[in-house]
Design a protein around this ligand. Structure first.
Ligand code: AMP
Ligand code: GLY
Length: 425
């Protein structure tokens, strides 16, 4: 089959890399365009917001399956438009994508189907939000209801901070229409885990658990980022907890969507907080996690193209995934200043040496300039390595990381440390 992968980050590189291993796959195109320096796919500069152009491209290249990486194209209905044109898509429809693009939709679904999550209230009026904030305990979480590129969640430590966040969203409209409604919710404590499942709306195949590291600095300090590293499996999610998350969260979510007459096809990502009262949903994403994907996909032994196609065509019944028992760790190498302002165009050295150490290197924000690989984003590279246990994987990944350098590169030195401190998975 011929496959078009939409998106240009480390997640999409990992998807292309995994698809390339399938004997069923002939050509892979990636919409990263000139931004990307990846080898596994042919890069095409495709304006993905112009669905007509994507359809024309698919027809000209005889594309059998389109795999949508990021949430933004899904939120504007790329899957619906491609399917109307007779093109098979891995990724949910506009209506189903509201699980991520509207936190209100997601929260109301959870409330209706008794799916455990933080207690919440919805506001579109600042004065009413302010009154409510006075009544609740701090810390409290203030969220823009729409897509805000990961910046729309404020953990307010004080009443003033919460009021300020609500004011910014509802009055100053810093997130535009995406913040014209807000959710004020209970602050949950515990350890987070990412649970991803493939579903065709009817059947569910769980993927291996993983854990992201959202804060920029060691010890979970500093501002939130898109993710500074991940590991799989997540040691906190033992068999019992996995079953609990499946029964209390994943199954009721997919069934609930079906009851609402919304067909969900693709990968459903459930961000879970493991609290003292059990697992609770923090958020849903309608796509693969980044960087979680970079540690999950290398563990899949089964044919990945086959799995994605079966998901897209409603054919998951009876499918199984074989897993590699090794543990994987991913360290994100970021540009100086990220997640704030950063410079681009820094030459990267040591990529081959890192691979010689046995690591996989996925490109998240790089491009080719006169035959050299240079930085072109905040999250630049994802270095991934495995081990027979997590400690070995950590040693292997950091040995490879040390081979790579670019001006003002930074990364966390404690990725997977929490997993390691829990002992064997
Ligand atoms: P979200 O995009 O909703 O997952 O939020 C991003 C991050 O904010 C999560 O991964 C958590 O680290 C944190 N967060 C979101 N909601 C809560 C909550 N109710 N309690 C504690 N932390 C939260
Ligand atoms: N790693 C978090 C996310 O993909 O949303």
């Amino acid at each position: 089959m011929n496959i078009l992968v939409i998106g240009s980050g480390g997640r999409e590189h990992a998807i292309c890399w995994k698809l390339k291993q399938s004997r069923k796959v002939k050509n892979i195109y990636c919409s990263g365009g000139v931004q990307s320096a990846i080898r596994e796919a042919e890069n095409v500069a495709l304006e993905v917001c112009d669905h007509r152009k994507v359809i024309d491209f698919c027809r000209s290249k005889k594309i059998d399956l389109v795999v949508v990486g990021p949430e933004a194209p899904l939120a504007v209905g790329i899957a619906d438009d491609l399917e109307k044109a007779g093109i098979c898509v891995f990724g949910p429809s506009y209506a189903a994508s509201r699980m991520e693009s509207s936190k209100i939709f997601a929260k109301e679904l959870m409330a209706k189907y008794n799916i455990p999550t933080a207690r919440f209230r919805i506001f579109d009026d600042f004065e009413k939000a302010k009154e409510y904030i006075k009544e609740v305990q701090v810390p409290v979480v203030v969220k823009a209801y729409g897509l805000a590129a990961g910046k729309g969640v404020i953990i307010a430590e004080t009443v003033e901070e919460a009021e300020h966040a609500a004011h910014e969203m509802l009055v100053e409209k810093v997130f535009g229409a995406e913040g014209e409604k807000i959710i004020i919710e209970e602050y949950l404590t515990g350890e987070e885990a990412s649970i991803l499942v493939l579903t065709d709306g009817e059947n569910i195949i769980p993927l291996a658990s993983s854990q992201d590291h959202k804060r920029v600095s060691d010890g979970d300090k500093g501002p939130n980022t898109g993710g500074m590293g991940a590991y799989s499996p997540a040691h906190i999610v033992d068999e019992k907890l996995f079953a609990e998350i499946t029964d209390m969260i994943v199954v009721p979510t997919v069934k609930g969507l079906k009851k609402e007459k919304i067909l969900y096809k693709g990968v459903l990502y459930v961000g879970v907080m493991v609290t003292e009262d059990g697992p609770k949903v923090l958020e849903y994403n309608v796509r693969f996690g980044d960087p979680e994907t970079q540690v999950i996909l290398p563990r899949i032994r089964s044919d990945f193209a086959d799995l994605l196609m079966a998901t897209a065509t409603g054919d998951l019944a009876g499918k199984k995934i074989e897993w590699d028992e090794k543990e994987y760790v991913c360290v994100v190498l970021a540009s100086g200043g990220y997640p704030g302002e950063y410079e681009k165009g820094k030459e990267i050295t040591g990529l081959m040496d890192a691979e010689t150490e046995g690591a996989l290197v996925f490109h998240a924000g790089t491009k080719l300039r006169e035959g050299k690989v240079v930085t072109s984003g905040g999250r630049v590279l994802n270095v991934v390595a495995s081990g027979k246990n997590i400690k070995e994987a950590i040693d292997n990944v950091y040995r490879a990381v040390k081979k790579i350098s670019f001006d003002r590169m930074h990364y966390r030195r404690d990725i997977a440390a929490r997993g390691a401190s829990r002992g064997q998975a």
